[in-house]
Design a protein around this ligand. Structure first.
Ligand SMILES: [Zn+2]
Length: 260
C-alpha cells in the first residue's frame, strides 16, 4: 500500500475574503489567458473565475505519476500558496489531462505573484518625502521643450545590460529628456529649504535595496519602485514616476554598476 501523502488535506472552500485575496493577487485578470475575471450582467457583477488548486487536492493515480517529485507550495494542498484564481475555461483545461509542463508553468506564475506581493507589501512601509510630489507635478504639467542631457553623459549602460534592452532604452529616453529638468526642480526645492535632496535620495536608495532583496529582475525592481512612488504621491502619473526612478538610476541610487 502507498504511503499517505500528508500534503493532501480535505478540500476547503475559500471564504469571500480569501476569494477576494486571490482575485486581487492576479489583478482581476486570468494569469494564463489575460481575460477579465469579473463580468457584468444587468448591472450586476458576475464571477467568471474559480479558485484552482495548483497541486490537485485529490490527484488521480496518473496525476501522482506525472507530478512525481515536483516542488509544491504551502504547507498543504489547502494553503493559500497552492491555489490561484483562473478563468473557468483555463481552470477546466488545466484540470483535464494535466501535464507536468502546465503544472510547472502555473507553479512559477504563482511563485512570481507571491514574490511580487511581498515586495509590494514591504515597499508600502517605505516612506518618501511628500514634497517629491512637487517635482512629479512639474513633470506631469511640463510644456514645451526641455534641455536634453548629452548621450555620452548617460550612465545607464553601466547599470542595465542588453539582456534588458527595452528597459534600458526606456530609462535612457527618460534620462536624456528629463534628467536636467528634474535636477533643476530638486535644486530649486532644496535651495528654498522645502526639501532635503539627500533625504529623498536615501529614501529611494532604501526602497531600491528592499526591492533588490526580493528580486534580481531589474524590470521587476523598476516597476515596483515606480508603482510605489505613484502610490505615495498625489496627482502623479506612471510616466512621471518612471521618469523620477530613471533619474535616480542615472544619479546612482537605483541599480548597481555591472562588473566589467
Ligand atoms: Zn484564462
Amino acid at each position: 500500500m502507498a504511503e499517505k501523502d500528508e500534503y493532501l488535506k480535505e478540500r476547503k472552500i475559500p471564504t469571500p475574503n480569501e476569494d477576494s485575496k486571490y482575485l486581487l493577487e492576479v489583478g482581476g485578470l486570468c494569469p494564463l489567458c489575460g481575460k477579465k475575471l469579473l463580468g457584468e450582467k444587468n448591472s450586476e457583477t458576475v464571477k467568471l473565475y474559480q479558485i484552482a488548486h495548483i497541486y490537485p487536492n485529490s490527484p488521480l493515480d496518473i496525476e501522482k505519476e506525472i507530478l512525481k517529485d515536483v516542488e509544491r507550495l504551502g504547507n498543504d494542498s489547502e494553503s493559500f500558496e497552492n491555489k490561484i484564481a483562473l478563468c473557468k475555461e483555463c481552470h477546466g483545461i488545466y484540470d483535464y489531462h494535466k501535464t507536468r509542463e502546465e503544472y510547472l508553468r502555473i507553479l512559477n506564475i504563482k511563485k512570481d505573484l507571491l514574490k511580487s506581493y511581498e515586495t509590494k507589501t514591504m515597499l508600502s512601509n517605505q516612506v518618501i518625502e511628500d514634497d517629491i510630489s512637487d517635482v512629479i507635478n512639474a513633470l506631469v504639467n511640463i510644456k514645451g521643450d526641455v534641455i536634453e542631457l548629452e548621450i555620452n553623459a548617460l550612465k545607464i549602460s553601466k547599470k542595465i545590460d542588453n539582456t534588458n534592452l527595452l528597459l534600458k532604452h526606456k530609462v535612457e529616453m527618460y534620462v536624456s529628456q528629463y534628467f536636467l529638468f528634474i535636477q533643476a526642480q530638486f535644486k530649486a526645492l532644496n535651495s528654498q529649504g522645502k526639501m532635503n535632496f539627500d533625504v529623498v535620495a536615501s529614501q529611494i536608495k532604501t526602497a531600491f535595496l528592499q526591492a533588490e532583496k526580493k528580486t534580481n529582475d531589474k524590470k521587476d525592481i523598476f516597476n515596483h519602485l515606480t508603482k510605489w512612488l505613484q502610490s505615495k504621491t498625489h496627482n502623479s502619473t506612471i510616466e512621471a514616476c518612471e521618469a523620477i526612478v530613471s533619474f535616480f538610476v542615472q544619479d546612482c541610487e537605483v541599480f548597481r554598476e555591472i562588473a566589467e
